[in-house]
Structure formats: structure tokens, C-alpha cells
Design a protein around this ligand. Structure first.
Ligand code: 2P0
Length: 347
């Protein structure tokens, strides 16, 4: 779950009462783990804000090591939902977004019970890498299972999408394409076969929560950027080239599409009114370092999301060298490699 817009409370020790709830959520309900994904062809802008139907299709890589595990338990004695993320009870926007997804599950299952949701991230919630993609994919599976629903992957992807668009892709391991579609049944993700062993090296420029949420930033791009329509028009070509590159096992072609695609997305933000500028000086330094690596013959292409951090696409075989070379050039940055990770699963 992205940290922006959430209500931050001081970290508190779990009381006996909340420990009890945690145990109950894990024991009486269902627990699921999902991994975050990074898009190589981005989702940026909605055609339908309520249903979260995107303006464009997208392609992503699910990563190991960036996980959310969520336990959900419905309680007949309460109609209130309670949410704990990394042992801190959350209210406000974070709880409202979770409750909205739980409402869809309750509607499908024909129940009214409130739920206790316990969610944990393997990276600190505030570090700017805990993604809404892993959070809502884990929540969709744990909540639907706890409510007695047995959804197939397509149904699960559609449900996760309603929590956060990118979560539709974290249902699947490795590469996934999210077909934009035009209504709820037609907008879902599916797995893409990939002969390449891909990896993403994350260069952490800042772990601070962003001031403008991706939801707000994409809305502003859609409504006010003169470049937005061009970005939408370029999407089918980018996606087709990316899928062709994957099929051919051509990382160079894939990397070039990914790099051009993220720059186009950021161009729509920078030309929004008022502009959204997530880049920091360290982002530019990292982008230049990635260019240098490529000039030295290493397979390395950059992508960025709604924040200052730089993610570097490479192969699993080259990831260690890419990581070492980036460390030499960017000694102040935390740098970690993430290989392709699995899809959402029940524990
Ligand atoms: C993506 N991002 O394709 C793009 C690229 C960020 C930049 O999906 O409003 O948190 O909840 O559907 O999924 C981040 O947006 O947005 C995102 P909502 P989400 O990964």
C-alpha cells in the first residue's frame, strides 16, 4: 500500500486486545502473501475512476523480496472493519480504501460482518517501496477466501484492481499484462511467458512518503497535460514492441521500450498544471549512471514510478555486476537486486 495519503499514527506496542485480534485474524480467517510489481509499460490514467479502468494496457514484472502478507478474519459480532499495518492501527484514507474492497467481497459473498485485517510488509511501510500492488493483491485473496469465495485468477485480478490498479498484475508471478478493457469484466491481468531471466536493481534515492499520491498525479496528467493524449496513442505500439521483445528474448529491445515509456509518463506529469516533479537530483545522477553502465556494455535500462527512486532492468545473470557498478558510482544510495517473484498465494 502506498504510504501517501494514509493517516500516520505513532508506532505502538500491540496491547493484549490487538494481539488477540492478530491471532484471530490469522487463525480464524485466511492469510495471503503477494509481491509488488514494477511496470515496464506503465499504467498512468483512468478511463473510469470508480471501477479503476485504465486508459492504457500495461506490462509489469512481479518481484521477489517486496512482499505484503495480510490476514483477514470476518467477525459476526461487529460490522466495523479494523486495519493494522505493520502493527500500527490505521484509520482515515487507508482504512476507507480497505473497507471499500471488503464491501465488494461482502457483496459477492452475501455477508455483513466487519473484518479485522492484519497486514505486514517486508520493507518498512514508510520507505516508499511498499507498494499498493502487493497490498491489494494480498488483501483480495485473503478477504475473498475468508469470506468463502473461491475466485479464479481472472476474477481475483479484477477484484484486486478495484483496490489499486497495479494490484491486478501482482496476482501473477513474473511478467503480467493488464488488458485495459472497457468495463469491469474486460479489465484484468494475465501472466506472460518469458524466456528471459529478468531482474530489477532498485536504487533508493529517498524513502520519504511522497507529497502527491500517484492517484492524484495521474488524474492531473489526464486532465491538464497537453502531452497526455500522445502518451495514450503511443501505448499500443510500446506494448506490442515490449511483448515482441519478450517473446524473442531480446532484453535490449525490452529495455529501450521500458526506458522510453517511463520518460513519456514523466513528461505528462512535468507538463501537468501545476506540474508534478518526482525527480530529485539523485534521480538524475542515477539515470546518468545507468547510461554509463550501458555504454560500458552492461545490459541496464532505467524506469521510474511515482517517486524519485530509480529501478534498473537487467538480467538475473548481470544483476550482481550492475549492482556493484552502481554502488561505485552512487556510494550514498541503498541498492538492492530483486529477481522475478511469485504470484499471490495463500499461506
Ligand atoms: C504502474 N503506477 O503501472 C504505474 C506507474 C505508478 C507509476 O500503478 O490509483 O497505486 O490505486 O489505481 O496502482 C501506481 O498506481 O494507482 C501505479 P491506483 P496505483 O505501476
Amino acid at each position: 500500500m502506498t504510504s501517501s495519503g494514509d493517516t500516520f499514527l505513532p508506532r505502538v506496542e500491540l496491547t493484549d486486545d490487538t494481539s488477540l485480534l492478530a491471532n484471530e485474524a490469522a487463525a480464524g480467517g485466511a492469510t495471503a502473501t503477494a509481491n509488488a510489481n514494477i511496470a515496464l509499460v506503465k499504467y498512468w490514467g483512468k478511463a473510469d475512476e470508480d471501477l479503476i479502468i485504465p486508459r492504457t494496457s500495461s506490462l509489469s514484472l512481479t518481484l521477489e523480496g517486496l512482499e505484503t502478507t495480510s490476514s483477514v478474519c470476518f467477525r459476526e459480532d461487529s460490522t466495523q472493519d479494523r486495519l493494522f499495518i505493520d502493527d500500527v492501527e490505521r484509520h482515515g484514507k487507508a482504512l476507507n480504501r480497505v473497507s471499500a474492497l471488503l464491501d465488494l467481497v461482502r457483496e459477492q459473498a452475501g455477508i455483513q460482518a466487519g473484518a479485522v485485517v492484519m497486514s505486514r510488509n517486508t520493507v518498512p511501510y514508510e520507505a516508499g517501496l511498499a507498494s499498493s500492488s502487493s497490498a491489494f493483491a494480498a488483501l483480495a485473496l485473503a478477504a475473498s477466501h475468508a469470506a468463502g469465495l473461491r475466485l479464479n485468477d481472472t476474477e481475483l485480478s479484477r477484484l484486486a484492481r478495484r483496490g489499486s490498479g497495479s494490484a491486478s498484475r501482482s496476482v501473477f508471478g513474473g511478467l503480467a499484462v493488464w488488458h485495459a478493457g472497457h468495463d469491469d469484466p474486460s479489465s484484468y491481468a494475465e501472466a506472460v511467458d518469458c524466456p528471459l531471466d529478468l531482474a530489477i536493481v532498485v536504487v533508493l534515492i529517498s524513502g520519504k512518503p511522497k507529497k502527491i499520491s500517484s492517484r492524484e498525479a495521474m488524474r492531473r496528467s489526464v486532465e491538464t497535460s497537453d502531452l497526455y493524449d500522445a502518451w495514450v496513442r503511443a501505448n499500443p505500439r510500446d506494448l506490442e514492441r515490449a511483448l515482441r521483445a519478450v517473446k524473442a528474448g531480446d532484453i535490449k529491445a525490452l529495455g529501450e521500450v521500458a526506458q522510453g515509456n517511463f520518460l513519456g509518463m514523466h513528461a505528462t506529469m512535468m507538463t501537468a498544471k501545476p506540474p508534478v516533479m518526482y525527480w530529485m537530483p539523485g534521480s538524475v545522477e542515477a539515470l546518468q549512471a545507468v547510461d554509463e553502465l550501458r555504454q560500458d556494455g552492461l545490459p541496464a535500462w532505467a524506469t521510474m514510478d511515482a517517486g524519485p527512486n530509480v529501478k534498473v532492468l537487467t538480467t538475473a545473470a548481470d544483476a550482481r555486476r550492475v549492482e556493484d557498478e552502481l554502488r561505485l558510482r552512487l556510494p550514498r544510495c541503498a541498492i538492492h537486486t530483486h529477481l522475478a517473484g511469485p504470484g499471490v498465494r495463500l499461506l
